[in-house]
Design a protein around this ligand. Structure first.
Ligand code: LMG
Ligand code: NDP
Ligand code: PMR
Length: 401
């Protein structure tokens, strides 16, 4: 009963952002089939918002809080048989509207042990994706988060806190990849979009949510930041040009704004593929810096991973059609690094919930038999000094220092 009532809650805290529907219309499948028309039909965030707000008015804030608390009682719940069972874990997954994030949400939902907060920039797309994936309504909540805006990240944290839910695991998964862009584009605050979204948005989000994680009474609290092989130059994939390289971070120090500084971390010419790989290096360095600063004090597990090459996801939506056509068979039959979205989701779900994967400061990978192992990061992606510098410069750029 309490669970049912609380299932009404999600929409009360999920506010679609105006104009974001349009942003999603570019979406296409790896084979170039446009989703635009499908999405256009019924894409009316304003109408949706009115509906949600009127629903929200029915629930005074205290009632909402009370219901939220009912769904998340102390860690062990007594069942009818008197046996103690763990309450559902609450996991926030950014970018859960497609690809790895969606597959992970699905894998976790299917265990019946998790409630997934899908933190997405396109409310309607996320709702539809959850439905299409068959995720049961009581197992997820969509909340608006646009990582290319620091205000949005702050607002998300406020909304999450107001929901009264605890936070047990945070998964920083969302990313953009702009390999064909000739000129840089920028976040709301004027940072180059790939590093701004993939790294800086997540940096602020995870810093602001750290206290929530600390306060959770869940037995294994985790903060996971998705990394990649292509940011690691100790691998073949990481040596395909352009290679990741943060250099002396002069562009980063200058604000990545392309005006009085370069839009690239190393201060060089804009290159979308390199910016993505650099952002993944920042992700992996940030995970380790979190580990050094907070693991001992908080007991939180900090982890990163390379989930395998999920060559069919929306990540490659901006790439040329020929690439999207050839990349999956190339990975499947030549490099043999290909994994399906489903398999990658199971991998990330393990990092979220497996009792055997609680070691902190680790970059997980999987071998050919899909068994997890602790992988080695490249020299740059494990450089302690660079990690500290990325942390400090990021603090300045997102307004935490
Ligand atoms: C850039 O091009 C794009 O310009 C950019 O927009 C962005 O997409 C970026 O990384 C992303 O890539 C990279 C481009 C240049 O590579 C190519 O994709 C060209 C394809 C060439 C085809 C080669 C034949 C392969 C046969 C496969 C046929 C199937 C179809 C392929 C499907 C396409 C998908 C790829 O790359 C180059 O300059 C040449 C390639 C360089 C290879 C790099 C290998 C370096 C190896 C160095 C070894 C270092 C040792 C590491 C140590 C490891 C130890 C464990
Ligand atoms: P997808 O494009 O399918 O998923 C990325 C998600 O991020 C989408 O849900 C997208 O939202 C969301 N997103 C993008 N920008 C923003 C934003 N500004 N605010 C909020 N959400 C945003 O790609 P993948 O599933 O492949 O990528 C997921 C993660 O996996 C990334 O971190 C990527 O670097 C990593 N990865 C992927 C690999 C691969 O081979 N695909 C390999 C290694 C790592 P929307 O649906 O609205 O577009
Ligand atoms: Mg790569 C050994 C194999 C291997 C693996 C595991 C990947 C993963 N790639 C490998 C090899 C190669 N790739 C080789 C030999 C080439 C040259 C032909 C090659 C090319 C290539 C391109 C052009 N690969 C790419 C691209 C992209 O645009 C992707 C990218 O760099 O995105 C940043 C990509 C990727 N290769 C991978 C993985 C996982 C990606 C994309 C996703 C990511 O890093 O997040």
């Amino acid at each position: 009963m309490a669970l049912q009532a609380a299932a009404l809650l999600p929409s009360a805290f999920s506010i679609p952002k105006e104009g974001k529907c349009g942003a999603s219309l570019k979406d296409s499948t790896p084979f170039g089939i446009s989703l635009s028309d499908h999405l256009k039909a019924g894409c009316s965030p304003y109408a949706l918002r009115i509906k949600k707000e009127s629903h929200q008015r029915k629930l005074p804030r205290w009632a909402v809080r009370a219901q939220a608390v009912v769904t998340t009682p102390a860690i062990n719940q007594a069942t009818a048989e008197g046996k103690k069972t763990l309450r559902k874990g609450i996991v926030v997954i950014t970018g859960a509207s497609s690809g790895l994030g969606l597959a992970t949400a699905k894998a976790l939902a299917e265990t019946g042990k998790w409630h997934i907060i899908m933190a997405c920039r396109d409310f309607l797309k996320a709702e539809r994706a959850a439905k299409a994936a068959g995720i049961a309504k009581e197992n997820y909540t969509v909340m608006h988060l646009d990582l290319s805006s620091l205000d949005s990240a702050r607002q998300f944290v406020e909304n999450f806190k107001r929901s009264g839910r605890p936070l047990d695991v945070l998964v920083c998964n969302a990313a953009v990849y702009l390999p064909t862009a000739k000129e840089p584009t920028f976040t709301a605050e004027g940072f180059e979009l790939s590093v701004g979204t993939n790294h800086l948005g997540h940096f602020l989000l995870s810093r602001l949510l750290l206290d929530e994680l600390k306060q959770s009474d869940y037995p294994s609290k985790r903060l996971i930041i998705v990394g990649s092989i292509t940011g690691n130059t100790n691998t073949l994939a990481g040596n395909v040009p352009p290679k990741a390289n943060l250099g002396d971070m002069r562009g980063f120090a200058g604000g990545l704004n392309g005006l009085n500084s370069s839009s690239m971390i190393d201060g060089g010419e804009f290159d979308g593929a390199k910016a993505y790989k650099d952002s993944k290096v920042c992700n992996m360095l940030t995970m380790q810096e979190f580990h050094r600063r907070y693991h001992e004090e908080t007991g939180i597990t900090f982890a990163s991973l390379y989930p395998g090459c999920i060559a069919t996801t929306g990540l490659f939506r901006e790439h040329i059609p020929l690439f999207r056509l050839l990349f999956p068979p190339f990975q499947k039959y030549i490099t043999k690094g290909f994994v399906s979205e489903e398999e990658s989701g199971k991998r990330l779900a393990q990092v979220v919930s497996e009792p055997s994967l609680t070691k902190s400061g680790v970059y997980w990978s999987w071998n050919k038999d899909s068994a997890s192992f602790e992988n080695q990061l490249s020299q740059e992606a494990s450089d302690v000094e660079k990690a500290r510098k990325v942390w400090e410069l990021s603090e300045k750029l997102v307004g935490l220092a």
